[in-house]
Design a protein around this ligand. Structure first.
Ligand SMILES: NC(=O)c1ccc[n+]([C@@H]2O[C@H](COP(=O)([O-])OP(=O)(O)OC[C@H]3O[C@@H](n4cnc5c(N)ncnc54)[C@H](O)[C@@H]3O)[C@@H](O)[C@H]2O)c1
Length: 345
């Protein structure tokens, strides 16, 4: 049997454990896995593009456990009552090849993206950062805010979204957690005085949701919405004056903000900062930029954490996913009961 964590189970696990606790635990696991980065299989994800979106498969393995995520990105979905991003994922035992865990990953992707962003910001943002400017207040936004408070102590949020209803939704969801929230009238206003700027918009375009004049000295930029060919968020002038950090360089060259830069544009993979092999921020005035696209190892980490935390609990149930005949060579025997029943009917 395969353990199955569905949307209801995932929601209950996160709510009953506490979303901030889950995020903090995920940040810790994420850091451990990033620090053993060379042990993982690493390849750009397999993407199937259409004019309005993308469907992607994201596999990796550490030699003991294999994992993959199925995920889509369709920025026009909310206009039809659907999520921009939905996902599910699987863990399998490398020794037998058998799947062991299947989970919804729409919620889990929001958690793992926020945990990754916060882990990176903890390593790169100026110590003492308290104020985050947020451009885009859709599905990812509350998770980002909570993860940044856990990792950095961010408690003041300045938010801008082109959809006023999305900003009101954000305020309604996040104010009960004790943040100081300001709804702004523009991206300029949202980024005014920010120590950290998070861009998490969805638009299949080379947009300039953040322009160079909005980025003060010493700011850390957490850019998560530019994650597909032809889908970026930042003014190129920002890239030219920032120190840029990425997950897996070959994938980010295809999908990230740096798709717009020459192939030799310098970047640093985050795992190298986390192991101490490369310095992160070098001065209080440097602008650091995490050009995030989301990488398979983050999903692997999130799946392993969810599996470990929910195994044997009422959050999961058994799924009869693998044919398991008594004689492994007699798969045909599995048809026998139904064949016999049909014959007597
Ligand atoms: N890097 C990663 O690992 C990662 C993971 C998950 C999602 N994403 C990406 O993050 C983005 C946000 O995802 P989501 O699930 O929150 O999407 P969503 O559709 O729920 O929210 C996006 C929000 O952006 C707003 N928006 C669009 N254009 C804007 C603009 N120019 N200025 C201000 N606001 C604007 C929309 O009104 C909407 O509220 C998507 O592009 C998604 O692909 C990246």
């Amino acid at each position: 049997m395969v353990a199955f964590l569905d949307v209801a189970g995932m929601s209950r696990w996160v709510a009953e454990t506490g979303v901030e606790r889950v995020l903090t635990e995920l940040v810790s696991r994420m850091r451990s896995d990033f620090r053993r980065w060379p042990e993982f299989e690493r390849a750009p994800r397999v993407a199937s593009h259409s004019p309005i979106g993308v469907i992607e498969l994201m596999p990796t393995s550490d030699g003991t456990t294999y994992g993959f995520k199925y995920v889509n990105g369709h920025p026009s979905n909310p206009a039809h009552g659907l999520q921009t991003v939905t996902a599910f994922g699987v863990l399998a035992d490398v020794a037998s090849g058998y799947p062991v865990f299947l989970a919804e990953m729409t919620l889990l992707t929001a958690l793992r993206t926020a945990a990754t962003s916060a882990m990176v910001a903890k390593a790169l943002a100026r110590p003492g950062s308290r104020t985050m400017g947020m451009i885009g207040s859709g599905s990812q936004s509350e998770f980002q805010a909570l993860a940044f408070r856990g990792a950095l102590g961010i408690d003041t949020l300045r938010v801008w979204d082109t959809d006023p209803a999305a900003m009101e939704k954000f305020r309604r969801n996040i104010e009960p957690y004790g943040f100081d929230v300001t709804i702004c009238g523009s991206a300029e206003e949202a980024t005014d005085g920010a120590d950290v700027i998070t861009t998490c918009t969805a638009d299949k375009a080379n947009a300039d949701v953040l322009t160079d004049d909005m980025v003060g000295p010493g700011v850390h930029i957490n850019a998560i919405g530019g994650d597909c060919p032809g889908k970026t968020e930042l003014d190129l002038a920002i890239l030219r004056r920032s120190t840029v950090f990425v997950e897996h360089e070959p994938q980010t060259r295809i999908e990230g903000e740096i798709q717009q830069m020459p192939a030799d544009f310098p970047v640093t993979e985050v795992w190298q900062v986390l192991t101490g092999a490369t310095p992160g921020r070098r001065s209080a005035t440097e602008v650091t930029l995490f050009d995030s696209v989301g990488f398979a190892i983050e999903d692997f980490t999130a799946l392993r954490h969810a599996n470990a935390a929910t195994r044997g609990t009422s959050y999961v149930r058994d799924l009869d996913l693998i044919a398991d005949p008594a004689d492994p060579k007699d798969l045909f025997q599995l048809l026998a009961p139904a064949v016999a029943q049909r014959a007597t009917a």
